[in-house]
Unconditional design. Sequence first.
Length: 282
Amino acid sequence: MKVLILGGTGMLGTDIAAIMEKAGHDVIVHGSQETDITGLDCVIKTAAAHKPQVIINSAAITDVDKCEAEPDNAYRVNAIGPKNAAIACRKFKAKLVHISTDYVFDGEKGSPYTEFDAPNPVNIYGKSKLLGEDFVKSICNDYCIIRVAWLFGTKRSHFVDYVADSLVKGSEIIAVKDMVSSPTYAADAASMISKLAVSEEAGTFHSCNKGYCSRVQLVEEIMKITNKKGPVKVVNQSQWLRLAKRPAFSALKNHHLGLIDKDEMAGWRDALKRYMRYKLNK
Ligand SMILES: NC(=O)c1ccc[n+]([C@@H]2O[C@H](COP(=O)([O-])OP(=O)(O)OC[C@H]3O[C@@H](n4cnc5c(N)ncnc54)[C@H](OP(=O)(O)O)[C@@H]3O)[C@@H](O)[C@H]2O)c1
């Protein structure tokens, strides 16, 4: 299949591209330099030039505090961006696979969110991503919205790298107690996204490594895997001054995938071990 990946230069997009190329698909990878998703003419021009059967939108402003500081930019990329991709998909009869987030939820439920729970974002990042989902649903005939959470992968630095690198340096690790979600290996999410992209499936899916933990438990697990200990400062969100509030409990359950017998996602501990093995051996 011919697949265009917008945000293909990011952490998840890079893994999706690698998996789809390996599977023999004709993959076109665009970052913001090649296609600025905020411009409708630009997205349509790209779609017209390549005529993909599937567009995967992994482009986003993912820095949650930056979204809070620059809301117009967040809404432009995270909401108008998917709107533009949806219009292009409708025009060229392509399927849209749009990547979204656990941060569409408010974190008040106290147990993992399913696709049937009502979103209620608490920060600009979540609000802009939810608006993006809404545009996709209202414009596209053929779409999958795939929500992931707490990604760690090989392309760029993230919380798992911060912890592992701090353990090597012996520097203090700050871990927030009241932030709980489903840590997910970008490679695992990319594999599921690639399968859904070329399938007949449609609708909203959660696709995370199974289970959940707090940032503190994630630090403890990384210490266990690396057999290294270091100073950890455990704080609450109220003591960890950041521009954007984070949902306290945004773990996701892959309920939709489970109902259709397609939930092949591994547990987060297993995924973390595989990532750490890669990191320690590279
Ligand atoms: N990271 C997480 O923990 C996490 C958690 C939940 C959900 N998600 C979702 O997963 C998806 C992928 O996240 P990620 O962490 O892989 O992202 P990332 O590494 O931050 O990469 C972001 C991508 O978006 C592109 N981009 C930014 N502005 C753009 C614009 N105006 N036009 C076109 N492309 C633009 C970037 O392109 P350039 O680099 O070329 O500028 C880059 O390819 C996003 O939808 C995100 O909301 C991520």
